[in-house]
Each structure stands twice: as C-alpha cells, then as structure tokens.
Design a protein around this ligand. Structure first.
Ligand code: SF4
Length: 464
C-alpha cells in the first residue's frame, strides 16, 4: 500500500494553504491594510530578505535563482532591496512606529555575493529604522565556494550576523560533479576554524538525499563527515526531481537518481546517524544539538513555522523583501513578483512589488493549525479536533490506513496520533488529508508566468 503514496505527488507544506491556491492581484489594498494592523499592534516580526542571484547553477536546485556573475546585477538588485526596505519603514513611520524585528534571515540565491558596501548599507538601513532592542538574530545563508574564506565569514559578524547556514549537499566527488556543485570536506573544515566557531552562535548545514549518483554507502560517508564537523543544526532535504518545472534538472541523467524505495532507506539511514550522534529531531527534517536554540524551544513546545522554516517562536509573522519573497502577516500571506526586472520597476514606482496573496478564512485557520502541529511536533490530538467538518469519514478512514501502514501510531487512551519514523518521510502525504484545496491544480503550483524559475536570464537591468 505504501507504493501508492510513493507515486502520489503532494504539495510541500511550508504554509497552508499552499501557494498554488493564492490569488494573483494587481493592487496592494489587502497588503497595506494587514501591514497597518501589524504596525499598529506593535507585534514582533521576523524578516526575510531574498537575494535572487547565483554565480553558477546547481542542478538539484529548487530555489528561485537567476544565474549571473555580473557584480553590476548584484549591485542593482541590492539597491532595490534597500529601497523596498525604505518603503516598509516609511509605512511604519506614518503611524509613528518602528517595526519590532526579532530575527533577520538573508537567503537566496547566494546572498554572500552581495557587494560588501551594499550588505553594510542593507544592515544599516534596517538597524536605523527598527526597534533594535527586539533583534536577537541575524542569519546568513553562506555558499562555501565563490571566494569564501574564514576572514570574509568573520567580517559578517561585525555587521551583527550571529548564525550562518552552509549549503553542503554532498561530499562525494561523483555526486558533486553530477549536480555541478563542488565543495570539498577540506574546504568546509578550513572555513570553520576555531575563531569562526567561537564567533557564531549557531552553524547550520543543509544536505540533500536522493541526488544523482548518490548511494547508501556514499550518503553514509557524507553524513558521518557532516557529523564530524559538528554543526549545531542540520537540515536534511529530499531531492525534488521535476525537470518539467526546474529545467536545469535535465542536465543529469534520470537513471542516476536513486529509486523512491532507496530514498526511504536513505532518509532512515541519515536520521539514524544523526540521532546516534546526539542530534535531536525537530519536526521531520531538522536536527539540532542540545545547545542549539531550536532544541531548547522544541522541548518547551514553543517552536513555530514561518514561510522560511522553523522559528523559535519569537515572532509569528514574517515580513519579506526581494523578488519572489513570501511573507505572512497574521491570517494573510503575500508574495513578491518573481521577475527581477518587474520587481525593480515596481520599486522605482514606489509600489510594494506584490503580485500574489491569500486571505485565510476560518476553516483555513483551523486546518493550518493541524498541519503546523503535524510539521512541528509530529502529533495530532483528536481531543483538540472536535470538528466534524474536518474529521469527516474520509479523514478518519485515512488515519486508520496510516496506522495500518505504519505512518502513524495511535494512543487510544489520550487520543493522540504520532508520526512514526516511516511516517516522517511521508509527512506531506499525512498533512495532505487535511488540505481542503488538495483537489485543485497541484501541477500549476510552480508555473509562475511572471518569471520562469532559474531561466529568467534575459534581464534588462540597464534601463534602471
Ligand atoms: S542551490 Fe543555492 S547556490 Fe545552488 S543554484 Fe540553488 S540557490 Fe544557487
């Protein structure tokens, strides 16, 4: 019976409802009104900045990236991000307020290629305009290649960066060649010298299972090497092979990909190694040592999920800037435009560059809570779910089936379902039974007409 779930594609739940169910818009009325509410409420916010450029295409990638090695492009988009930040801070100023940002995350793309002066200016613009007492963390996604070295890494700490996240992906040479991403173990080991480790509060590694040319043996070696480097937090990601959407994935041979059955074993293998080496499992794909703040907050049940992944519950809302960035303001989600040209054009006209949004209704809110509890705590409490509209016969039947095929355990006394190790691999399938939009157009989820992922290379930045 597992076979039918292996073959069934379901959305990847970071937010509910997922993006395929958001509406395209051509005015910012709702965004302005939710932003006003958030500003007036003085509530704490996370901030995400999306820098869309990468110097080189990794073939597994599913992020929104534009491949360019031109400093000029990096410079122009950074200037626009600064202008978008100013629009935001001006909006707060109109109500006599400063935003209470608790954590800032620089993601991408490759934010470590932002020219230093522009990086400094972005930080300065933020710090000068927020209530800086609330700020606890500045995190940066680091590509260990592209002229990165320990000195450059340490410089980021002068600007307040206290958490770094390194894309490792795999240490095996054949796998690295197949995915066009070479970053050796020695490179990472040298980068993370004593001073770097003492300077940053948290060091995160990302790695992927299911890559072309990967075997159980090669993944075991990579996972053990990763553990030997002792990052405080590790995220393992399941390779999403959809060459019809991510066209660069046509660059490797499909025959080199591990089968779905093998991927389940790979997931089990690396989670076991991490747990044996004292990493606590946080949700389905994050692992953290005891001294990492995610472990602490998981134990206190204060974990929260925002559009960018886990947050230790400092803020429930996220304001996001940069092309394609996704934000959440209470029961409202929004996304900026993908196309870099159109993004800059909108910023030049002093308009927030939003072109997709979702206002949640009461049912969405209830379903979101169930899905987030599954993702964060891997549990489902029936007593909290006295809702016949949600717990209909179809859902109850599915829950029973999931117990039968070992995706869930059921504690009858407390009426709690908990996700098993095997169920962790299928967590999106479990969440999917609570998705009331699940019959809608999943295939269209990544068909973005306003900028094609990773192929949006005909930039026309010179006109700005
Ligand atoms: S994996 Fe990272 S560095 Fe590679 S193309 Fe994607 S965003 Fe860029």
């Amino acid at each position: 019976m597992i076979q039918k779930y292996i073959k069934r594609k379901v959305p990847f739940y970071t937010l509910y409802p997922t993006q395929s169910n958001w509406e395209k818009i051509n005015n910012n009325e709702n965004f302005n009104s939710y932003l006003e509410k958030i500003i007036k409420s003085n509530s704490q916010l996370s901030m995400y900045l999306h820098f869309p450029f990468c110097p080189k295409q990794c073939y597994f990638c599913h992020c929104y990236t534009v491949i360019s090695r031109k400093e000029d492009h990096y410079d122009k988009i950074s200037s626009s991000i600064i202008k978008e930040l100013e629009l935001l801070f001006n909006a707060a100023r109109r109500f006599g307020k400063k935003l209470k940002i608790t954590d800032i995350h620089f993601g991408g793309g490759t934010p470590t290629v932002i020219p230093e002066q522009k990086f400094e200016k972005i930080i300065q613009t933020i710090k000068e305009n927020i209530d800086s007492d609330a700020l606890k963390e500045i995190a940066l996604e680091v590509d260990p290649r592209n002229d990165m070295n320990s000195e450059k890494l340490l410089k980021y700490s002068f600007y307040g960066v206290n958490r770094i996240s390194l894309g490792i992906q795999d240490f095996d040479k054949d796998v690295q060649k197949a995915v066009n991403r070479i970053n050796d173990y020695e490179l990472i080991d040298n980068l993370l010298n004593k001073k770097v480790r003492e300077t940053f509060d948290s060091i995160n590694f990302d790695f992927i299972f299911g890559l072309p040319k990967q075997t159980k043996k090669s993944l075991e070696t990579t996972t053990k090497k990763i553990v030997s480097l002792k990052p405080s937090r590790i995220t393992i990601l399941n390779m999403d092979h959809r060459p019809e959407i991510y066209r660069h994935q046509n660059a490797y041979k499909e025959i080199d990909l591990p089968t779905d059955e093998l991927k389940i074993q790979m997931y089990e293998l690396c989670t076991n190694i991490l747990i044996l080496n004292n990493y606590q499992k946080i949700g389905v794909n994050h692992f953290a040592l005891d001294n990492d703040i995610l472990s602490k907050y998981k134990n206190e049940k204060k974990l929260y999920r925002n559009p960018n992944g886990f947050s230790p519950g400092w803020a429930y809302d996220m304001i996001s800037v940069g092309p394609s960035a996704t934000g959440k303001l209470g029961n409202y989600y929004y996304q900026n435009i993908y196309s870099v040209d159109k993004y800059i054009e909108s910023i030049e006209k002093k308009n927030f560059p939003i072109n997709r949004e979702k206002k949640l209704n009461n049912e969405d809110i209830k379903r979101r809570k169930i899905i987030m509890d599954l993702l964060n705590f891997e549990e489902l409490h029936l007593k909290e779910l006295n809702d016949n509209d949600i717990l209909d016969n179809n859902v109850l039947y599915k829950l029973e089936e999931f117990v039968e095929i070992d995706f869930l355990n059921y504690d009858e006394k407390n009426q709690v379902y908990s996700v098993t190790d095997l169920g962790s691999y299928f967590i999106n399938h479990i969440c999917n039974i609570f998705d009331s939009y699940k019959d809608n157009k999943y295939l269209s989820q990544r068909e973005f007409k306003d900028g094609i992922r990773s192929l949006d290379r005909n930039l026309n930045l010179n006109k700005f």
